[in-house]
Write a protein that binds this ligand. Sequence first.
Ligand SMILES: *Cc1c(COP(=O)(O)O)cnc(C)c1O
Length: 380
Amino acid sequence: MTLDDLELGYDIPARPGMMEAEILTPALVLDLDVLERNLATMAAEAKAHGMRLRPHGKMHKSVDVARLQMARGAVGLCAQKVSEAEAFARGGIPDILVSNQVTDPAKLDRLAGLAAKGTRISVCVDDMQNVSAISAAATTHGIELHCLVEIDSGAGRCGVTEPQEAVALARVIEGAQGLRLEGLQSYQGAAQHIADPAQQAETLARAEDLTARTVAALADAGLPPEVVTGGGTGSYRTESASPLFTELQCGSYAFMDADYGRIEDHKGQRLDQRFGYALFVLASVISVAKPGQAVCDAGLKSLAVDSGLPRCADDDLSYLGASDEHGQIADPANRLRLNDRLRLIPGHCDPNVNLHDWFVGLRGGVVECLWPVSARGKSL
Ligand SMILES: *Cc1c(COP(=O)(O)O)cnc(C)c1O
């Protein structure tokens, strides 16, 4: 099936060659120039610090964006779920880390199936019993799965909290059939969005301390980790500067969002000065019946508001409130007219992308491409 077989306005919001103001809304749009700059910036920073870059695909869920990242030197992608990894594997991404625990034997069977079809697959582990289940899946398919011991460096999500627990897991992985011990995952998710630089530095220092003690304990046990992976858009400079980490997993840097935009580093530089806003929800004005206010067609069904309401790209406008299919816009100068298009910067890029089927790629105000959100809804 090609784009020509799809119906404009039902299946797809735009066609290549259309102007931005003609796109049917609400639509997820990507400013391709900004996206490419963001990808280049992170690739250069990782390279300058001798870090491998394995961007997180849970953010964009897009095979097309993943390919751009691979073309700029990424070693592979991260996925958060097995079905998401499948979408990337089908799209030809050769090396995927599921940066998460996979415990259901049926899902482990699918994961091992991806390796059997030639994708290099790694997965995180924080449980002895799970090591046996992963080994069983690998053995059934006659392939090798790469395992990373996950430590909980403070986010309170998955992972063991004592270096000796990590050593015990590493020993069992090392001895298990069909498994290869690859190293350690230490991702401090809760530190990413801390706006106060001093508080963030303190949180990351605690994470680095546990990572250092775990790396040392593994080395003492004769199992030094080849890979120590972690780091996100809000913290990657700390992991890059640390001698412990070998790989970065940043995701949001590619698109950015309003919540990340306000984060400052210790020198007072905002993150949106380093990475531009590439992702927008394009909305249209559908009512100007009341003075000082407009109503647009993008509400909760097309915008994720878990990290706050979207920001209007035009500074004189603000997004005040969302209901299912409506957004209230403050327009103090009463300048908006029916069908005017508005660029909204989502509060949180990851869940926002998952609300849409298509990315509309724009360059210079003209639609250049349509990309499917390849792993939309793939949360199994
Ligand atoms: C989400 C996530 C990332 C990427 O984080 P960003 O803040 O989007 O850069 C990296 N690693 C893991 C394990 C994640 O869950």
